[in-house]
Design a protein around this ligand. Sequence first.
Ligand SMILES: *[C@@H]1O[C@H](CO)[C@@H](O)[C@H](O)[C@H]1NC(C)=O
Length: 401
Amino acid sequence: MRYSSAIFALAAPLLASAAPARFYGKRAETDILVFKFADVLEQLETSFYEQAIAKFKDADFTAAGFPSSLIPIEQFQSILADETAHSVALQAALKSFGETPITGCQFNFDSALTDVATMAATARVVENVGVAAYLGGAALLTDPVLLTAAGSILTIEARHQTILNVLSSTGTAIPSAFDFAFTPSEVLALAAPFITGGCEIPIPANTPLALTNAGTVAPGTKLTFQATSINGTVPEESLFCQMLVGGAPMTIPLPMSQCIVPEGINGPVALFVTSDGQPLLNNVRDRAQNKIIAGPALAFIDTKPQMLGQLARGSATGAGSGSSNQASTSTRTISPAEASSIIVSAGAATGTDSSAAAPTATSASSTSGDAASSGASSSGPNLFTGKSPDGKITVNGWKGA
Ligand SMILES: *[C@@H]1O[C@H](CO)[C@@H](O)[C@H](O)[C@H]1NC(C)=O
């Protein structure tokens, strides 16, 4: 892939301003792996937007309900330029450490590029995975300079996420005051299905998890799942579904037979299937990985559509009527469940060698954490005040004074 010199010019100041002196030389193994992995995700995003922009024509965007194709195309091109610049900068950083970036990965997005609605819904998931991946990477980076450099990318991924929420028509631009983080293995549960080969990523992947619900997922919907690890080996009655939202100290655990989306959720929810009913910690460093049978999957529970999205997507009819807070659109939109299934059906994750484990990349304390810290009843934590069982305010499991 060739990059324009303009992009190199953009990448250089990032590297220079981030760390004039300390960027060079030998780095901690974990820091290198985090940067290599981040670069693979940037390559994935770059490839996704390149293929999407190449495939869809103006008429495809207007058929999907956009008042003008210029609105989404302008944004997708701007996002593509950012992702390309991120990959260039990360690879330049790795080379300055004397490291070789992971290249040659082949990506297949056929299942996500069937139409504009599916593409836009998948892009929304991809950007949220990007945010969660950089946030999880933050817990692993040891050098504050590299942490700041990664943070300067994270903030941009979050802006992409907001634009895609707006372009989705049913989404809230900024649905939550807090985001959640994923470990690299959790990220791979979502990313690996798109990677069809050509490279080796030395990080074990969690088993991909698909939501099998047809249609819109909303509060009150019972969620149903599919994963290769949910196959009768372990009786389904003994499995739990866990819902993670930003800001909460831990997941909401529910028996699989009662995996019903609660009231009060708006925006992205990470879904896990676990072998017991202990809630998983939001705190990504200490989240018990050994309980996760499959996932995460990512769903968007859109309960508060905003006028901005309806304007961008051309479904503003009735937006001011006050009679309904549901976006009314005559064009096809993709439910969060459909987007999730699309991702898992993308491929059999053959490109990722999940047996080549790199212990540095995953939580070393998988047996600590969740069980120890959980004083919550099986009905789950108090999600929306962010209060831990001892009454302290927590954000993503980190306790305030
Ligand atoms: C069935 O699930 C178990 C774990 O729940 C897993 O170890 C096993 O490999 C799965 N079998 C198949 C055929 O996927």
